[in-house]
Design a protein around this ligand. Structure first.
Ligand code: ADP
Ligand code: MG
Length: 284
């Protein structure tokens, strides 16, 4: 292709909020056969809401979780802070644990919020039943603990985007294989996958695990597009053959992506890939 191809792609794409960054994006978009989609903030709205708080002292669990999450930009953090008391203290020594959770000192205690495997002890048996019920409902459950013990959990819900199922259907119609990839647990992932029409699900993976999954698919001969939005998606967008940043992408995601989709509408994904193919045909 020539620089002319980029002008055409950008000109037509710009009206639909589709921007292909350079020659590589155009060429690779034509060859993609597998489209990996992040769950939180990509297939779902990412506007999470707290459903319930588990534990013997739910008010304390929520207040401490909210104090830690004041330091985080994750969708989970935004929801926990919004649901928490209005007067939570600022976290001290805040540490973000990408794909895992967050940690900070609150009221002199080191408080951790996130995946239960951040705690050596695991989920206490008296929380287990409520925890399992919440996961079975497709909710995201994050552990809250201090002094090395899980004291409770926050249960969060997130809506699937209205555009997700039509986008997946359009990908399939174009002969592309959709995959859902997430750091969330298997049950929440399966619930979302079923709602949007995806059967290839990889769940419970850490950020490095996401990169390994992309590398495996590529090693098996697939040409892989990765669709994401979030703060943790930058490395995965860069590790795919083609990275697509959707909607309110963060700076990191925008920088790592080859294709920027400005609209918070997932049907822009099959549209962008189709546009690249059509542009190539026009130019040749
Ligand atoms: P996804 O793959 O769905 O985009 P992430 O990789 O961002 O999710 O996070 C994976 C999991 O790590 C979340 O489901 C949650 O359990 C935990 N997690 C990540 N960041 C946070 C945070 N700031 N607070 C609590 N839990 C978090
Ligand atoms: Mg995400």
């Amino acid at each position: 292709a020539t620089p002319m191809a980029m002008v055409v792609a950008s000109g037509r794409g710009a009206r639909g909020g589709i921007f292909l960054k350079g020659h590589h994006a155009l060429e690779t978009s034509r060859r993609v056969d597998t489209v990996v989609l992040d769950k939180t903030g990509t297939l779902t709205t990412g506007r999470m809401a707290v459903v319930s708080v588990l534990g013997h002292s739910p008010d304390l669990v929520l207040a401490r979780a909210a104090a830690v999450e004041r330091g985080s930009e994750h969708a989970i953090a935004t929801a926990v802070v919004a649901h928490g008391p209005g007067d939570v203290p600022a976290p001290v020594d805040f540490v973000a644990l990408p794909g895992l959770g967050a940690r900070a000192v609150v009221d002199g205690a080191e408080v951790t919020v996130g995946r239960p495997d951040l705690f050596e002890v695991g989920v206490p048996s008296d929380l287990r039943a409520a925890w399992d019920d919440a996961e079975a409902a497709g909710h995201t459950v994050v552990a809250v603990g201090w002094d090395g013990v899980v004291h409770g959990a926050v249960v969060l819900a997130d809506d699937v985007k209205a555009s997700a199922a039509p986008a997946v259907a359009a990908l399939r119609a174009a002969g592309l294989h959709p995959v859902l990839l997430t750091g969330d647990h298997e049950r929440a992932a399966r619930t979302v996958a079923a709602a949007v029409g995806i059967d290839d699900v990889v769940a419970g993976v850490l950020p490095e695990g996401k990169l390994a999954v992309l590398a495996e698919r590529r090693a098996a001969g697939a040409v892989v597009a990765m669709v994401g939005d979030g703060i943790n998606d930058g490395p995965a967008l860069a590790a795919a053959d083609l990275g697509l940043a959707v909607g309110t992408g963060t700076d990191v995601a925008l920088e790592a992506a080859d294709v920027i989709l400005v609209r918070d509408d997932l049907t822009a994904v099959p549209e962008a890939l189709a546009l690249a193919r059509a542009t190539h045909r026009t130019i040749r």
